[in-house]
Design a protein around this ligand. Structure first.
Ligand code: 5GP
Ligand code: MN
Ligand code: MN
Length: 325
C-alpha cells in the first residue's frame, strides 16, 4: 500500500547517512523543487545530502536559495561514488542521465515519482500516479514523518505544485492540490512573487523563439493535430536556452479543435526532442512510449534520431493512427 511505501521510504532515509539526490535531465519546476525538498528533508533528519543534476538549474528557479547547492554534473564532472541514491520525478532509470555513472554497483536507490509510466526501478519505490507533482508525494512523506514545515520547504512544495499543474489549471489540479497549496501559503510561500516570476515574466529570447515557432505552425488531420518546430539555428540566433521553450507547445494545443499539439526541437547533437500535449482524446504517453519515451496521458515526450521533417512525419502519423482508433 501507499502507507507502507511511505514508511519504507522513511526507513530508507533513516537507515542511511549520506545520500545522492538526483532528478531528471533538463529539470523542470517539479524536478528542482523536489530536489530542494528532499535536500531540506535530509537536513531536518540530520543526514548528509549531495544534490545533483546532469544539467543546470533553470535561471527562473534560482530564486530558491538551496538551488545553488544543486551540483551541475556536466560542468563539474564529479567523481565521488554514492551507494545511497534518491531519484525524484524520474519515470525510468534513463531519465537520471549521466549522474547515474556515480552510482556504486551495489547502490540502493529510492525512487519517488508520480509518472504513470514509472517502471519501479528502485530498490524502494514511492510512487503515486494520482499525485499532481512529485512534491505532493514529498508533502505526504513530510506529514508521515511528522516533520515541521518551514518557509523554505513550503516555497519549494508550492513551486512544484504550481509548475506541474500549469498554474493550477491542468486536470491534475485536485481539491487536495489546492488544500496543500493553501497550507504552503499559510507557511509563508510567496505565491504572488512565484507566479509573477514563473507564469508572467518572459525573457526577450523567449518571445523571439515564440515568434519563430508560430511562423512554422502546421495543421493536419482536419486541424486536429498542430505541430511546430524549433531548429538549433533558431536557438543560436535568438540566444534562447532550453527554458525559453517551456510552454511553447501549448500554443499548438490551445487552438480550438486541436486534439494533439506537438513541439519538435532540434538539439545540438542533431537529435529531435518531441513534446506532445493532448486535449484528452489521445493518450500521448502511449505514443511517446512507442518511440522509447514516456510521460503522462496528456503530456509526454521522446527523443528521435532523425531530422526534424522526418520526425514530424513519424510522430504525426502515430498521432493520426491513435486519433483514428
Ligand atoms: P516535456 O514535453 O515537457 O519535455 O515532457 C512532458 C512529460 O513527458 C514530462 O512529464 C516528462 O517527464 C515526460 N517526458 C518527456 N520526455 C521524455 C523522455 O524522453 N522519456 C520519458 N520517459 N519521459 C519523457
Ligand atoms: Mn518533471
Ligand atoms: Mn513532475
Amino acid at each position: 500500500t501507499y502507507l507502507e511505501q511511505l514508511q519504507k521510504a522513511l526507513d530508507f532515509i533513516r537507515d542511511g547517512n549520506r545520500f545522492l539526490v538526483v532528478s531528471h535531465v533538463q529539470p523542470d519546476g517539479d524536478a528542482i523543487s523536489s530536489t530542494i525538498v528532499v535536500g531540506w528533508l535530509l537536513e531536518q533528519l540530520g543526514k548528509q545530502a549531495v544534490l545533483m543534476n546532469e544539467g543546470k538549474v533553470p535561471v527562473r528557479l534560482q530564486f530558491m536559495d538551496r538551488s545553488a547547492m544543486i551540483i551541475n554534473y556536466s560542468l563539474s564532472q564529479p567523481t565521488e561514488k554514492f551507494d545511497r541514491i534518491i531519484a525524484i520525478d524520474c519515470a525510468d532509470f534513463r531519465r537520471i542521465g549521466l549522474v547515474s555513472t556515480l552510482f556504486t554497483e551495489d547502490a540502493q536507490l529510492l525512487n519517488i515519482d508520480h509518472h504513470p509510466t514509472n517502471d519501479a526501478f528502485g530498490a524502494a519505490n514511492l510512487i503515486r500516479v494520482d499525485a499532481a507533482a512529485t512534491v505532493e508525494i514529498l508533502y505526504d512523506l513530510i506529514e508521515h514523518g511528522a516533520i515541521p514545515l518551514d518557509k523554505e520547504a513550503a516555497t519549494a512544495v508550492y513551486t512544484g505544485l504550481l509548475t506541474d499543474t500549469g498554474g493550477f489549471r491542468y486536470s491534475n489540479t485536485t481539491p487536495r492540490v489546492m488544500h496543500i497549496a493553501s497550507r504552503m501559503l499559510a507557511e509563508g510561500a510567496p505565491a504572488h512573487f512565484i507566479a509573477n516570476l514563473l507564469l508572467e515574466k518572459m525573457t526577450k529570447a523567449q518571445l523571439l523563439i515564440l515568434q519563430r515557432g508560430l511562423s512554422r505552425l502546421l495543421f493536419s488531420e482536419d486541424n486536429k493535430i498542430a505541430s511546430l518546430y524549433i531548429t538549433y539555428a533558431d536557438m543560436a540566433e535568438t540566444g534562447a536556452v532550453g527554458d525559453d521553450l517551456e510552454g511553447l507547445v501549448n500554443y499548438a494545443l490551445n487552438v480550438e479543435g486541436v486534439e494533439v499539439g506537438i513541439l519538435l526541437k532540434e538539439t545540438e547533437n542533431g537529435e529531435v526532442k518531441v513534446s506532445m500535449r493532448s486535449a484528452g482524446m489521445v493518450d500521448v504517453s502511449a505514443i511517446a512510449q512507442s518511440f522509447g519515451g514516456g510521460g503522462h496521458v496528456r503530456a509526454a515526450g521522446c527523443r528521435l534520431e532523425h531530422g526534424i521533417l522526418e520526425t514530424t512525419t513519424l510522430v504525426v502519423n502515430a498521432v493520426r493512427e491513435a486519433l483514428d482508433k
